[in-house]
Design a protein around this ligand. Structure first.
Ligand code: NAP
Length: 309
C-alpha cells in the first residue's frame, strides 16, 4: 500500500522523517478493511513526527487518525480513531494516511450521503474533539458564551462552526488580523487579539493553544465557569495560578477525542444543518509534506485534507 510514514522522529525538525512510500503492513485480525478515499492531517501527526505522541511508539509507522472511505462490502464509512482507551490509530496500529486502513467494526460510522469523503475525513479528530469540548465536557447550551483560543487551528475552526450552529455566543482569539477577519466570516461574534481582556467573562473556554493563552483563559472565565483543555500547541507547563480556580470555583476539564456515538451525532448534525467542515486545502497523498509544512508554519486555516484515488 501507499502511505505517509514517519521513518524517524526528530523533535526539532519533524518533517525530516516524513516520507510517502510503498510498504506492506499485516492486517489486524478481526478488524475491517477500509479503502481510504480521503484522510486529513492533524497536529497529532506532527507530535508523532517529533517523537512526542504521548505513547511509546517506534518508527517506521503509518501516520494519520482521520479517514473516510469504503469497506470491502461497499459501505461508505467514517473511521473513529480511538482503538483502545487513550490510544489512536497510528499509535496502536497503522494510521489512516494510506490507501487502506484496518479498524474495529464498532469504529466505523456510516458516512451521511450529504457529506463528501473530504468533508467526512475532517470529522474524527478535530471536529469530534470540538464537539465533545462544547457539548460533552463544557455542557454549553444555546445563548451561553464560549471563548475559543487560537482562530486558525483545526479544532478551533471546528468549534466556531459548531458553536455558532448551536446558538452559542462565540469569542475567538488570534495573533493575526487576517485570521480574526476570517473567524468573523465563519460566524464568530467577537474576534480579539490574543491576550486582550474581554468586556464580559465567558461561561466556558476551549483551550488548545496551551502555555501562550492559559493565563488569559483563567482570567476570561466567569465564576463557576468551565475551561476545557484538549491540547497545548505552545507548551505544556504554564503556571497553574491555582487561586483563579479555587477562589472563583472554576472547573478545568481535560478531554481526549470523543466517543463513536458522538461521532455519529456530529455527522448527523452536519448533514441536517448544512454546516460543513472548513477545509484549508486538499492534496494528493504524495504531496503531504506541503500540508505538514503549512501546519508547522502555522499557515493553515481549517483542515488539511488528503485525497486518495
Ligand atoms: N485532546 C484531543 O483529543 C485533541 C484532539 C485534537 C487536537 N488536539 C491538540 O489540540 C491542539 C490544537 O491542534 P489543531 O490542529 O487544532 O491546531 P494547531 O495547528 O496546533 O493551532 C492551534 C492554534 O494555536 C495558535 N497558536 C500557535 N502558536 C501560538 C502562539 N505562540 N501564541 C498564541 N497562539 C498560538 C494558533 O492561533 P493563531 O495563529 O490564530 O494565533 C492556532 O490557531 C494540538 O496540540 C493538538 O495536538 C487534541
Amino acid at each position: 500500500m501507499r502511505a505517509a510514514v514517519a521513518t524517524r522522529f526528530d523533535v526539532d525538525n519533524p518533517l525530516a522523517g516524513l516520507e510517502v512510500r510503498d510498504l506492506e503492513t499485516p492486517p489486524t485480525p478481526g478488524w475491517a478493511r477500509v479503502h481510504v478515499r480521503a484522510a486529513s492531517f492533524n497536529h497529532h501527526d506532527i507530535w508523532t513526527l517529533r517523537g512526542l505522541s504521548g505513547h511509546r511508539v517506534d518508527p517506521p509507522l503509518v501516520l494519520g487518525t482521520d479517514a473516510a472511505g469504503v469497506t470491502d462490502d461497499g459501505q461508505e464509512v467514517i473511521v473513529h480513531a480511538v482503538v483502545a482507551p487513550g490510544l489512536l490509530l497510528s499509535e496502536r496500529a497503522p494510521g489512516t494516511l494510506a490507501d487502506r486502513v484496518f479498524a474495529p467494526a464498532e469504529n466505523l460510522i456510516p458516512k451521511p450521503a450529504e457529506l463528501s469523503f473530504a468533508e467526512a475525513a475532517c470529522l474524527p479528530t478535530s471536529y469530534l474533539t470540538a464537539f465533545n469540548m462544547l457539548f460533552g465536557k463544557a455542557r454549553l447550551i444555546p445563548g451561553e458564551h464560549v471563548l475559543i483560543q487560537g482562530a486558525g487551528g483545526g479544532v478551533s475552526t471546528a468549534a466556531v462552526l459548531l458553536a455558532t450552529a448551536a446558538g452559542l455566543e462565540v469569542t475567538v482569539t488570534s495573533r493575526d488580523e487576517e485570521r480574526l477577519r476570517r473567524a468573523r466570516e465563519l460566524g464568530a461574534h467577537h474576534a480579539i487579539v490574543t491576550g486582550q481582556q474581554l468586556s464580559d467573562r465567558v461561561d466556558a473556554v476551549l483551550e488548545t493553544v496551551g502555555a501562550a493563552t492559559w493565563a488569559h483563559s483563567l482570567r476570561s472565565v466567569r465564576p463557576g465557569g468551565r475551561i476545557v483543555v484538549a491540547g497545548a500547541t505552545t507548551g505544556f507547563d504554564p503556571s497553574a495560578e491555582l487561586p483563579h480556580l479555587f477562589l472563583r470555583d472554576v472547573d478545568v476539564l481535560g478531554t481526549f477525542m470523543g466517543s463513536p456515538e458522538q461521532l455519529g451525532l456530529l455527522a448527523n448534525m452536519l448533514a441536517t444543518t448544512g454546516v460543513r467542515p472548513l477545509i484549508d486545502s486538499v492534496r494528493p497523498l504524495d504531496d503531504i509534506t506541503e500540508a505538514a509544512e503549512r501546519m508547522v508554519a502555522g499557515k493553515a486555516f481549517g483542515k488539511l485534507v488528503v485525497e486518495i484515488s
